[in-house]
Design a protein around this ligand. Structure first.
Ligand SMILES: Cc1cc2nc3c(=O)[nH]c(=O)nc-3n(C[C@H](O)[C@H](O)[C@H](O)COP(=O)(O)OP(=O)(O)OC[C@H]3O[C@@H](n4cnc5c(N)ncnc54)[C@H](O)[C@@H]3O)c2cc1C
Length: 350
């Protein structure tokens, strides 16, 4: 079997890279042992927005936003709720807010969204066109569309990369299949480190715990609620398809956790989430628990280390993983970088 481009991993980054490669006329094979439903991407909260507090990820989220939203809209996976980012008023706002945003003082937020309580020293940046994506629906649709456009999906685990005279030559799967290609993109989440090592490439990553719970807040309280990224309490909130429910997650600084996704959440984690959200969304404190997810994301041990490498040797190999909890919203722009394109950010090149 051969292709112009082999993509190892069918999560959101792998699928977006497959879409970009097929768009430029490549023959493409995606290898993944699971379905799109088993990737970390399927457990993602799916909060997407252009606005970020700056930095490279903010640029990539801006660059990829329209494409991600458009794809999600065509399969009814996008929910436009607006996105509210909360921060202390003493914190500097980025000088380059590229999205169309509105700044809210605490009192104005209380008037617009009576279900949230924000202390006077906190401001909100509201991005009207943003929202959340139903990740499993988007991933399944993207996979079907890519198959229709000729992308071949191989359900197998890549065991090793093949290097031929300092160039990438393809991959070998656990099932014994050899796939030759002049370009290989490894977007295999936490497995990326081990696979890259088979071609002599160092791409260290570590897993980090991330989870969320669903609480039954009631449709009267969720009505009009935007997605919220609260940088003060470290929580993020979004409405759900079921208007009775709200999803609340909290970033955890727990590293080296098993690379597994469990459709449950511990009492201790729920307690931590309820405590953290108590001021912002007081009714969440005793709203009934409906379920949750305990998962992991991959982070770079040294944040200065780039999450994407175009390898000088072997040529033709790109490894891409470690977006520290923001890989979903940035995926279309990451895909273009993975194929070696310069990513345009609202007229600038970065
Ligand atoms: C609970 C949670 C909430 C999140 N919320 C948000 C959010 O709101 N917004 C946001 O922007 N980001 C969010 N993130 C982060 C984002 O979801 C991830 O950064 C992103 O989905 C990672 O995508 P990926 O394609 O790199 O990896 P993955 O989705 O992990 O895909 C990797 C794929 O590689 C495959 N694979 C592994 N080993 C091999 C092998 N040897 N051979 C072949 N295939 C292999 C796996 O089966 C998998 O399908 C969240 C993450 C989590 C866990």
């Amino acid at each position: 079997m051969n292709a112009d481009t082999v993509i190892v991993g069918g999560g959101i980054v792998g699928l977006c890279t497959a879409a970009a490669a097929v768009h430029r006329g490549d023959t493409v094979v995606v290898v993944d042992p699971g379905s799109a439903a088993t990737a970390v991407s399927a457990a993602s909260g799916g909060l997407i927005r252009r606005f970020d507090l700056g930095g490279r990820l903010g640029d990539l989220a801006t660059a990829g936003f329209d494409r991600l939203r458009e794809s999600a809209q065509t399969c009814a996976a996008f929910h436009r709720t607006g996105a509210l980012t909360l921060q202390y008023s003493s914190q500097a706002l980025p000088t380059h807010i590229r999205a169309r945003t509105m700044l809210y003082a605490a009192r104005a937020m209380r008037q617009r969204w009576p279900q949230i309580t924000v202390p006077p020293n906190v401001i909100g940046v509201f991005e009207d066109g943003a929202g959340w994506v139903d990740a499993p629906v988007l991933l399944a649709t993207a996979r079907t569309e890519l198959a229709d456009r000729g992308v071949e999906f191989v359900t197998d685990r890549v065991d090793r990369l093949v290097v031929d005279q300092r160039r990438i030559g393809g991959v070998v799967t656990g099932g014994g299949r050899s796939i030759t290609a002049s370009r290989v993109v490894v977007a295999a989440g936490s497995s990326t480190t081990g696979l890259a090592a088979t071609a002599g490439v160092d791409h260290p990553l570590r897993t980090r715990r991330i989870g969320y719970c669903y609480l039954r807040l009631g449709s009267d309280r969720t009505a009009g609620l935007p997605t919220i990224v609260d940088r003060v309490s470290g929580t993020w909130v979004r409405p759900c398809r079921d208007p009775e429910l709200v999803l609340i997650g909290r970033r955890q600084e727990i590293f080296g956790v098993p690379a597994e996704i469990r459709h449950e959440i511990s009492d201790a984690d729920v307690h931590e989430i309820r405590t953290a959200i108590a001021q912002l969304l007081p009714e969440a404190a005793d709203a009934p628990l409906v379920g949750g997810i305990t998962a992991y994301d991959v982070a770079r041990p040294d944040p200065a280390d780039p999450p994407l490498r175009h390898c000088v040797e072997p040529r033709g190999l790109t490894v891409v993983a470690g977006w520290n909890g923001a890989g979903f919203k940035a995926a279309p722009a990451i895909a273009e970088l993975a194929l070696g394109d310069r990513v345009s950010v609202e007229g600038e090149e970065s």
